[in-house]
Design a protein around this ligand. Structure first.
Ligand SMILES: *Cc1c(COP(=O)(O)O)cnc(C)c1O
Length: 374
């Protein structure tokens, strides 16, 4: 008998999302207003103000996806042909797609074996005269070493962009909110994230000039206070009023979502603390627990064993490091050995959800214990 005979709640069903009366009212409010485009309504602007307030930043720019938010950041950083941006090979493609779209070159630095986040020493070693920016991803909601990356970027005159798509309300070891150390931080509201509007994105910054450039890039380079004049390139990355209104309701719930995820993660960590050969995240305090990552000896075997117990798990998170995708060429196998080992061998990620009950977590722990014993 498997430990679980009923599936755990997932982000693809109502029970695994926090969508309720507030979001329903938000959608109807927008529909009834007749204004669905954020250029002419108040929801997009209100979302930006609420996001800036939540993070204590000067400005937030709302847009159509996390990838769009990263594109706003990279465009505002004036990344162009020949410019190099250093980032991690373990992330969503949305981290690197915008660099390619701007004609820039993605330089992959290796990660720390312990948590899959960028290794600051590898970042420093990858800097060349063409380097313009570093994009740090807080993988699964665990903090990248942004304090050290900030020092490195400052010493070399580079922009630091934080990709917080997986790290809503995560904190670093000093209790500082992830997304408040970089020049710009980017967030996603895609279906799988802590909170969702289906799709949507936000970029935050304290720099008014970066905010201005991001706003323009999201709206065809069109400064609407000036007439119909386009002084710089831009696309249409605007969020819709419908998505913005849903996002505002979701933003009001994100603190509770993260709080419960932390409580459940603490329970699982405590239940697994004595297991040899299963390594828990090294810095659980402040972790946002988008997913629950573990390090094991053979992630494929573990994923199979857990599936047989009715507990889903993803070996490696990705099938391959970003640079091993056909869209890239000229990046050899073995470029980032720690990242490759995590993906091929040691990293196992469990879906995580604020709808998990303590009993659900106890089942997950029991399934892990059984696979461990086998
Ligand atoms: C989801 C994600 C993105 C892209 O966000 P979308 O809203 O899907 O475009 C970028 N970076 C990371 C780390 C992500 O997890």
């Amino acid at each position: 008998m498997p430990v679980r005979d009923t599936p755990l709640p997932t982000v693809l069903e109502p029970g695994g999302r926090t969508i309720g009366a507030e979001e329903r009212a938000a959608v109807l409010r927008v529909l009834d207003s007749g204004v669905l485009c954020s250029t002419f309504g108040g929801e997009g602007r209100a979302l930006e103000e609420e996001m800036a307030q939540l993070y204590g930043r000067q400005a937030a720019v709302a847009c159509s996806s996390g990838t769009a938010a990263l594109h706003l950041a990279v465009a505002a950083a004036r990344i162009g042909p020949g410019d190099e941006v250093i980032t991690t090979p373990i992330s969503d493609f949305g981290t690197v797609g915008p660099v390619l779209a701007q004609g820039g070159r993605v330089v992959f630095a290796d990660v720390r074996a312990e948590d899959g986040n960028l290794d600051p020493e590898a970042v420093e070693a990858a800097i060349t005269p063409r380097t313009r920016a570093v994009i740090a991803v807080h993988l699964f909601g665990g903090a990248a070493d942004t304090a050290r990356l900030r020092q490195i970027c400052d010493a070399h005159g580079l922009l630091l962009i934080e990709d917080c798509a997986q790290a809503w309300l995560g904190e670093d070891g000093d209790g500082r909110l992830l997304g408040t150390t970089g020049d710009i931080a980017c967030f996603s509201l895609q279906q799988y994230k802590h909170i969702t509007a289906g799709d949507g994105g936000l970029a935050i910054t304290d720099d008014p000039e970066l905010a201005r450039r991001m706003r323009l890039f999201a709206d065809k380079g069109w400064d609407r206070t000036e007439g119909r004049i386009h002084r710089e390139p831009g696309l249409n990355y605007r969020i819709t009023e419908l998505a913005a209104a849903v996002a505002r309701a979701q933003l009001g719930k994100v603190a509770e979502v993260v709080r419960v995820r932390r409580e459940r993660a603490e329970q699982l960590a405590a239940a697994l603390a004595d297991l040899d050969g299963v390594t828990l995240p090294p810095r659980p305090d402040g972790h946002a627990w988008w997913l629950f990552p573990l390090l094991v000896d053979d992630n494929a075997r573990w994923a199979k064993g857990l599936a047989a117990e009715g507990v889903p798990a993803m070996p490696g998170y990705l099938e391959r490091p970003l640079y091993a995708n056909p869209v890239f060429s000229g990046y050899p196998d073995g470029l980032c050995p720690q990242a490759e080992r995590l993906i091929d061998r040691t990293l196992l990620v469990l879906p995580w959800n604020e709808a998990y009950t303590p009993d659900d977590v106890a089942d997950i722990a029991e399934a892990i214990r059984r696979v461990h014993a086998a």
